[in-house]
Design a protein around this ligand. Structure first.
Ligand code: SF4
Length: 169
């Protein structure tokens, strides 16, 4: 099991800037830039597959130190553009995930509907389980802002109540 970093040193805000590292055999795997925080950001299912935690259940200091600071929707979009490689050269005016600039979210709470839906082809269970924890949209994939000072006051609301898989019930 991976150790949790002892000192909380905030990382640069993530934008899927990890690297490929050698794994078993001749295989290479992607290592996220905030991989030291994996066990604080994800659980595992019965098959050992990573499942992203609900960001509302992650302590704020952990969320911020793991490259997910308090931010604005426009800044998340900039980092998503970096993630998708559309801020350089001839591609700098292009959208990503089939989105056009007019589709980009204006509020953090619409990132799920605008970005994650396009990313997962509308599959709500996939969005809930997403373990791409170095994606800038990741803390907002539940349709809520975990940095909101009112966090926890609506703890009874489950945005994916009607989209749980049988396994999750
Ligand atoms: S958080 Fe996950 S589902 Fe949402 S855009 Fe990023 S990779 Fe896709």
């Amino acid at each position: 099991m991976m150790e949790t970093p002892k000192a909380i040193t905030p990382l640069k805000p993530v934008a899927h800037r990890g690297r490929m590292i050698a794994a078993s055999g001749r295989r290479h795997v992607y290592q996220p830039e905030n991989h030291e925080w994996r066990d604080r950001l994800c659980d595992r299912d019965s098959d050992g597959k990573l499942i992203g935690k609900d960001p509302m259940d992650i302590p704020l200091d952990v969320l911020m130190a793991s490259g997910h600071p308090q931010t604005r929707a426009g800044v998340v979009v900039l980092r998503l553009r970096e993630m998708h490689g559309v801020d350089i050269g001839e591609m700098r005016h292009d959208g990503f995930l089939g989105l056009q600039p007019s589709d980009f979210p204006k509020r953090l709470t619409t990132i799920r509907d605008r970005v994650c839906n396009a990313c997962c082809d509308g599959n709500k269970a996939e969005i809930r389980r997403c373990a791409i924890y170095d994606c800038p949209a990741w803390p907002f994939r539940m349709g809520r802002n975990p940095h909101n000072p009112a966090r926890g006051k609506n703890a009874g609301i489950d945005p994916f109540k009607n989209h749980r898989t049988a396994e999750e019930e």
